[in-house]
Design a protein around this ligand. Structure first.
Ligand code: GLU
Length: 454
């Protein structure tokens, strides 16, 4: 069977670097296994889901290099969920409940006070037809729960029922279905919670592997039971640890922190984000990886650690700089052009090690070809004027710097910093920067002369 994975965000905000970890894990897994990748928007929550967030998510994924083979929206598939719900109702596995949120909360508090787990007691299963009709007459709205298969025929006598699976990230896992409340699948307003639609989609879309955050481990127990009730095999699951900041704080779509869009706007490379998002919290070193193919080769779900994947957002800058320092010209050529730079390969190779971001190239472009605020200290004025006179004749080549500074050294007795620094400052306006020997031919004779006050 072709490996098929899905990334299933709810479009209720902009995706952040933690979401991108899940997306990339799925994408790299698909790449490694010649599989396909479905982008599925879990947009059953009509109030909070917004088309603009879905569009932004597609854009963010494309920036990271993820091109889904298929895009689906749960809001288009309600008929399929209705059919599944009807099947479960017909089998008595989806049952109507009338408790209000307040009543449920009171029961949970009581259970906790008695030292019992706050698990739903299935009271609604005891309701007679008359009692249900009375509730409805009272104006109460029905919600629907799935009856977990954690009993031997008497739902009021649940017994330990372990669901076990071999998790791609966490190894052997088990969830005791008796420790869980029957999950609500349909809300009072008739809309679906994510649980059932997700399973119906996973079945209909032929999902073979579900790779998602470890906050869904308990859900997997519940979903296993629903897969079975719908007559389907459960896919293989992998639950990865979640990215958190150094102090252990989780990321939230709602807070908008570290959104992919904001990282892009800050001028970071997608591969700096991807390297950090994928390699943090694994047994592998977090290092800059130049492209997704190389990252796919390194990527290994079994290297994901069991503890939280803590990271420092500041590490992105270091990873970014390292990527830029090694970035080949052909990778950056179009981007330089879109920054208004008609650069040559020679220019890029000369300046890249001085750039932390690709956009820093603009600064060096200005220094080479534009106008420069020459810096000349009072005590260097005479020296700089002399340098103007000593500039070798003929083409400015890589030899020029050596010939020029040797002649100036012989003439003035200056050496080292005192010889080189005034020239660098006058010609570039900077105290440090790319190698002067290589820079000189690019700056060209006219600019050199213009920048050396005579
Ligand atoms: N919409 C769910 C979430 O964002 C998807 C979970 C899953 O992958 O099954 O958490």
């Amino acid at each position: 069977m072709t490996v098929t994975v899905r990334f299933a965000p709810s479009p209720t905000g902009h995706i952040h670097i933690g979401n991108s970890r899940t997306a990339l894990f799925n994408w790299l897994f698909a790449k490694k296994n010649g599989g396909s990748f479905v982008l599925r928007f879990d947009d059953t929550d009509k109030e909070r889901s917004k088309a603009e967030f879905a569009d932004a998510t597609e854009l963010d994924l494309a920036w990271l290099g993820i091109q889904p083979d298929r895009v689906e929206r749960q809001s288009d598939r309600v008929a399929a969920y209705d059919a599944a719900a009807e099947k479960l109702k017909a089998e008595g596995l989806l049952y109507p409940c009338y408790e209000t949120a307040d009543e449920l909360e009171r029961r949970r508090s009581r259970a906790r006070a008695l030292g019992r787990p706050p698990v739903y007691d299935r009271a609604a299963l005891k309701l007679s037809a008359d009692e249900k009709a009375a509730f409805e007459a009272e104006g109460r709205k029905v919600h629907w729960r799935f009856l977990l298969p954690n009993h031997d025929g008497d739902p009021f006598a649940p017994r330990r029922t372990e669901v076990t699976w071999t998790d791609l990230c966490r190894g052997e896992q088990s969830v005791d279905l008796a420790s869980l409340s029957d999950p609500v699948l349909i809300r009072e307003d008739g809309t679906y919670l994510y649980t059932l639609p997700s399973i119906v989609d996973d079945i209909d879309m032929g999902i073979t592997h579900v790779i998602r955050g470890e906050d869904h481990v308990a859900n997997t127990g519940v979903q296993y039971a629903i897969f079975k009730a719908l007559g389907a095999e459960m896919p293989t699951f992998g639950h990865h640890n979640l990215l958190t900041t150094r102090d252990g704080e989780g990321l939230s779509k709602r807070k908008g922190a570290l959104s992919i869009g904001s990282l892009r706007e800050a001028g970071l490379e997608p591969m700096a984000v991807a390297s950090l998002a994928v390699l943090t919290g694994t047994s592998q070193a977090v290092e800059p990886v130049p492209n997704l193919e190389v990252l796919a080769d390194k990527f290994d779900l079994s290297s994901v650690s069991r503890s939280a994947a803590k990271f420092d957002p500041a590490d992105l800058d270091g990873l970014n700089a390292k990527l830029v320092h090694d970035m080949p010209y052909e990778v950056v050529e179009d981007r330089l052009r879109s920054l208004g730079i008609r650069a040559s390969e020679t220019f890029w190779l000369l300046i890249r090690e001085n750039c932390e971001k690709v956009s820093d190239a603009q600064h060096y472009w200005q220094i080479v070809y534009g106008s420069v605020d020459s810096k000349v200290e009072e005590e260097d004025r005479e020296f700089v004027a002399k340098a103007r006179d000593f500039l070798p004749e003929g083409d400015i080549t890589e030899e020029t710097w050596g010939t020029w500074t040797s002649a100036l050294k012989a003439e003035t007795g200056r050496k080292g910093r005192g010889l080189f620094m005034p020239l660098r400052r006058a010609l570039t306006g900077l105290d440090h920067g790319p190698d002067m020997k290589a820079l000189l031919p690019l700056i060209g004779r006219q600019n050199i002369l213009d920048r050396l006050p005579g």
